[in-house]
Design a protein around this ligand. Structure first.
Ligand SMILES: Cc1ncc(COP(=O)(O)O)c(C=O)c1O
Length: 398
């Protein structure tokens, strides 16, 4: 008996391995400061929990339409369209059990064997895993570090395009870099997609995790992009609902219809007591999301201050997501390290501070010289952030 040969093409989220390591270390009686996983240690807002309970008790617990219930599809079409200056109706929306399923279902809909797919590296590792698994050729594009954060290396991106390129994956408000595109960067990407007739996956997982008052930017707002773009939408981060597994794919009707066929073949439908609750909540002014954002903002400030207090780290204040990606090249040099993974493991054992590194977010380029770590502040409270980073500083500077 043998397994499917294609399985060796399937990747993973190696960040989960860091969780297991830190768990083991904790079980041995050590204190862990968990900066490694992009989970949220806050409760889902009460208004959502209460509404869900109500619908569950009201017998909303059978199968429902595999595209999702009308009320939620309508509510999302309105909300997502309004925030991006485009018109959507319910046929542009198909509900998913989380944000992640949109990645494979979108690729399975638009990508053919041998197609080249552009994706961000460093970036969310599931893109590469799914491109490879489904028979596409993953073509990574990188970023440049600037004084104010990271920007897409547009020159590299344009050089990557060939006659076989069919898809661009774009994650604005980006994991792990917290990069946010300027208007001109987004325009350049849009032109590239139009000129080369590419499908676009706009991963909007962090669209609402923003700490400034200016309106979030979306590539679908640019003329010519709505017709070729699918938005990965998720409730996971906005409402601290990572474990509830609910999101949506939003895009051109013909494409959404195809994605819905995968729903029927895969999960049949997503829980509809949750869908009913969210359809009510999303129309509501007071969702509880503001409170989550306030807590995250405070954590971000403490975290950036704490890191900038360390000799050799100089980190700009990002305005979105809940990740930080400091350059630790100098820190490692000062401490006598050349191996990033060894640095990570020793830091955890010496201080309890657990984080991911650049290696968890895609294959390192041959010409890459600098070293980076990724800290998430969504799953650790203020006190532990301060205490953990103080220990990290002491270890690094002594
Ligand atoms: C960039 C990005 N896209 C998609 C997802 C998946 O979101 P969900 O947990 O809703 O499936 C994540 C989760 O961390 C993410 O960081």
């Amino acid at each position: 008996m043998i397994f499917n040969k294609k399985l060796n093409k399937l990747g993973t989220e190696t960040a989960f391995a860091v969780s297991s390591e830190s768990k083991l270390w904790e079980e041995k009686g050590n204190k862990i400061y968990p900066f490694h996983l992009g989970d949220i240690n806050m409760q889902t807002p009460k208004i959502i929990r209460d509404a869900t309970n109500r619908y569950m008790n009201d017998n909303k617990n059978g199968y429902c339409a595999s595209e999702g219930i009308t009320e939620l599809r309508q509510a999302l079409a309105y909300d997502v369209g309004l925030k991006r200056n485009v018109l959507y109706d319910m046929d542009n929306v198909v509900i998913q059990p989380g944000g992640k399923p949109t990645i494979w279902k979108f690729l399975a809909t638009v990508m053919n064997k041998g197609d080249e797919v552009l994706y961000p590296n460093p970036g969310y590792p599931i893109y590469e895993s799914q491109i490879r698994y489904q028979g596409g050729i993953p073509i990574p594009y990188g970023f440049n570090e600037t004084k104010s954060g990271f920007e897409i290396n547009l020159e590299m991106l344009s050089r990557c395009i060939t006659k076989n390129t069919t898809v661009l994956i774009y994650n604005n408000y980006q994991n792990p870099l917290s990069a946010s595109s300027s208007a001109s960067e987004m325009q350049a990407l849009a032109e590239l997609a139009i000129n080369n007739d590419l499908w676009v996956l706009s991963d909007d997982a962090y669209y609402e995790i923003r700490y400034t008052n200016d309106k979030a930017r979306s590539i679908v707002s640019i003329p010519g992009l709505r017709e070729r773009t699918v938005i990965l939408y998720t409730f996971s981060k906005r409402f601290a609902m990572t474990g509830w597994r609910i999101g949506a794919s939003i895009g051109p009707k013909k494409l959404i219809k195809q994605i819905a066929r995968f729903n029927i073949n895969d999960e049949s439908c997503t829980n509809h007591f949750i869908q009913h609750a969210l359809a009510d909540i999303i129309k509501n002014e007071n969702t509880g999301a503001e409170k989550i954002l306030d807590i995250l903002r405070k954590r971000r400030d403490i975290c950036v201050d704490g890191l900038n207090n360390i000799d050799g780290i100089n980190l700009p204040m990002p305005d979105s997501t809940f990740y930080l990606f400091p350059n630790v090249t100098k820190v490692m040099q000062n401490k006598g390290y050349s191996d990033l993974d060894q640095f990570r493991i020793d830091a955890m054992k010496a201080t309890g501070v657990s984080f991911c590194t650049r290696h968890h977010f895609g294959t390192v380029y041959n010409n890459e010289k600098d070293h980076y770590i990724r800290l998430a502040y969504s799953g650790i409270n203020e006190e532990d952030i301060s205490e953990g980073l103080k220990r990290f500083k002491d270890w690094i500077e002594n």
